[in-house]
Every structure is written in C-alpha cells, then in structure tokens.
Design a protein around this ligand. Structure first.
Ligand SMILES: Cc1ncc(COP(=O)(O)O)c(C=O)c1O
Length: 418
C-alpha cells in the first residue's frame, strides 16, 4: 500500500525556524556522512527487504527466526486479533490488560522460574520503567508512601541506551556508578566503596553491539557478596541460550541467581514487547510504579497472544533454535576463514570489526548499493572509531545468500581497507 505524504495538511502557521538548531545539526550530519535518511521498506521486512524497488538480502533484522514471514504465525496473529481485538483501548490505569497479557505474564513466570512478571510495550520501556520504579519517591498519604531516592545503581559501562536513559536523573558518583565492561574485578572495586543498603547492579547477558556475553557467575558472586540486587537485561539471549547443548549453558544456569530478568520479545520471538520477571514484592508494584506500564498502552493483544504461541513453539521445538545456531556457527567459521576480524564470542551476533566510523559508513553504503542491508554500529552506539558491521544471520538465508555476501564483503575490504 502506498501512502501519499503530500496529502497531509501543512501546519496553519509556521513555527519559528530552527531555534533549537536541529536543522543545522541534521544538515551538517548528513553532509559529513554521520547520518543518513533511514530507508523506507516496501512490504514486509524479513530475510529480504525492498527499498525503492530494489531487493536487499537483509542481514540487519534482529527478528532472525523469520516468524514474521511464516503464514501459520500470521494466521495465529489474525485469529488472536479477532478474539482479543487490536488494542486494549488505553493504559493499564484505565481498564487494565487483557487475558492475552495475563497468559503471557504467567508463561514468563514459568519460563524464567521467577515469581512474577509484568509486560511492557517494549524492552526499552521495561528498562526505563525499572529504573523509574526503583528510584521512585511517591506518596498517597503519610501512611502510604515509598521513597527510594537513597538507592545506588551500578551499571556495566556498555549497557543499552535505555538503561542509561532510565538512570539519567541520578547523580554520577553519588547514586550512579559504572564498572568496566564484563569485568567482575571492576565491579568488586566499585561495590566495595558503596556502603548504602539499597544497591542494584545492572548488566546484560548478551551485548547487542559486539555479541559479548557476561561472565554471569562471577558478576553475580560479587553482587551477592556485597548484598546488592541484580538486574540482568536478557533482551538478546532470551529463548536462545539456556539448554545444555547450546553455548553459554553455564552462564544461563547462573542467571537463575539474578534478582530480576528483563527480556524483549523483538529478538528471538520476533514480535514486539518486553517484560521484567522477579520476586513478587518488587515486580508486582512495577505495574504501577514504573510509569511505563501504566501511563501508556500495553502490548497489542494479538502480539501478546502470538508471543505466548511462539514461546511455546520455541520451547517445544528446540530443534528450531538448535538448527539456527548451527547455521550461525558455520557462518562464523566462514567469516573467520576469510580473515574477517570478529569479536571473540560464540554468540549469534556477528560483529565484524571496521574501526573508523566513516570507513564503516562507506562499507554500509557499498553493501547497500550491491544488494545487502547491514547496519553499522558506530559512535554514539559505540565509542568513536570503534565501528563494527553488525551482521545477523536470518534463519531463511540460503547458503548462496551467505556466499554472495562474503564475496561482497571481500570486495568492500579490498576497496576500503578494514
Ligand atoms: C540489550 C538491550 N536491551 C533492550 C533493548 C530494547 O528492546 P526493545 O526493542 O524490545 O525495545 C535492546 C534492543 O536493541 C537491547 O539490545
């Protein structure tokens, strides 16, 4: 379906131009190659996508299992839309959630082994809501109040933007600290300087820019030694790792010791939404105190219902993920064989080292103009001039797609030198 943007009405009176400097910023950013117009896909995006009439093989999508292109999953979604309707029709505060959300929350309790779960419209809202709730000062009256302004948070330096955003109201060095990425000794040194009782350590299981995986047991040992609560953002590992035959089994066994586990439904599950699971006395009030679960619409009901369906599918048909991970291992092997520099991680996130930000942008454009969609992670997503090509294999890619991609990467390396 084409949308004609020229039909949209123009504003009745023009606001004062560029008082905030956005236009000047954008023009300079585009001119210097820091920023480009985000492409608009025609039709759906899966293992392939279409930009302006051109087909690209898509190594950018994090919905890598291809469920969004599966006709039986689409049928399930449509049936759920008819059963539950498209929307809850408002926020939790106005009319609560629907049975699809309640079932999803129970399913999450079962899958995580935790007492209670609250779902959110996205993983980002879950993270921001967690930090909101855990630092809240709120009072109905003098006998009904909560005040957590004295809590201290310690984040892995490489935590996702949403976690740092959620913590942005906290004062660095007073209630907010960071530790070196995946470094238990650095966490130990930081925690040993913090004497307050309410402290929470926040880190991720699998980091989205480089695929690095947290030394789960060692980090949780340090948390427990210092009496700190732990919050693991498992957006990128949920439903992928855990079983004994897959990488990182030990880390996922250890993760059961974490106080809270956050997940996103936009990765392995391939939909949208997020959740936090943990002890009932903490998580139940998050529905209210997070703000991001109560002052905004919940996940769409058919999405919540389809998430339950796909969680059950991934759980009862483990060979789906086993086969995907086997393909990733082969792909990784081929990239290494070709001499590309990958991060030292066995995760499915394959980040190819480029280095210079503008070289990475040239490589991205070269690949796009030759039929491959791949994102670059560069400043501000990662530190300046530590850019990577973030490559995600889609379960529906053929071995021909992979070999064509590798050939084009070789050509990009020859032209741009990385
Ligand atoms: C570590 C991490 N946390 C949270 C999120 C946000 O998840 P969502 O896409 O569900 O908002 C992401 C997504 O990129 C992520 O990588």
């Amino acid at each position: 379906m084409e949308i004609n943007l020229s039909n949209l009405a123009s504003p009745p009176s023009s606001p004062p131009r560029d008082v905030f400097g956005f236009n000047a910023f954008l023009e300079a950013a585009v001119a210097r190659g820091y920023f480009y117009d985000f492409p608009i896909a025609n039709g759906s995006s899966g293992s392939r996508l279409h930009h302006g009439g051109r087909e690209l093989v898509n190594f950018a999508s994090i919905s890598f299992m291809g469920f969004q292109e599966n006709s039986s999953v689409m049928d399930y979604f449509c049936a759920a839309a008819k059963e539950y309707g498209l929307v809850t029709g408002g926020s939790r505060a106005t009319q609560g959630i629907c049975m699809a959300h309640a079932t999803l929350e129970q399913t999450m309790n079962h899958l995580t082994g935790m007492e209670h779960t609250v779902t959110f419209g996205s993983g980002l809202l879950a993270n921001i809501g967690f930090l909101n709730a855990m630092t809240v000062q709120f009072k109905f009256d003098s006998d009904c109040k909560v005040d957590n302004r004295d809590a201290v948070f310690i984040l892995d330096r490489d935590c996702h933007w949403s976690l740092w955003k959620g913590a942005s109201h906290l004062e660095h060095g007073k209630s907010l600290f960071s530790f070196q990425h995946n470094d238990p000794a650095s966490l130990e040194a930081t925690l040993s300087r913090i004497t307050v009782k309410k402290k929470v350590v926040i880190f991720e299981s699998v980091y989205s820019s480089d695929g690095s995986v947290a030394p789960m047991g060692a980090l949780l040992d340090v948390c427990e030694k210092h009496g700190a609560l732990s919050y693991v953002d498992d957006a990128n590992g949920f439903m992928i790792y855990g079983p004994p035959n897959r990488p990182y089994h030990a880390e996922y066994q250890e993760m059961r010791r974490a106080t809270f586990r956050m997940v996103s439904f936009s990765k392995a599950v391939g939909l949208e939404g997020g959740a936090i699971s943990g002890p009932r006395e903490y998580v139940q009030p998050f529905a209210f105190l997070s703000g991001t679960a109560i002052f905004t619409a919940a996940m769409q009901p058919p999405t919540a219902a389809t998430a339950v369906h796909l969680l059950e599918k991934l759980n009862s048909e483990p060979e789906l993920m086993d086969n995907y991970l086997a393909k990733v291992a082969q792909f990784r092997g081929r990239l290494l064989q070709e001499g590309f520099r990958l991060y030292d991680s066995e995760s499915y996130i394959l980040s190819i080292w480029i280095g210079q930000d503008l070289v990475a942008e040239n490589v991205r454009q070269f690949l796009a103009s030759n039929g491959f969609a791949v994102p670059v992670f560069r400043y501000p997503a990662v530190q300046r001039n530590r850019a990577v090509l973030r490559v995600i294999l889609n379960d529906r890619h053929s071995s021909r797609d992979i070999e064509n991609f590798i050939a084009m990467l070789r050509e990009a390396r020859r032209q741009f030198g990385f």
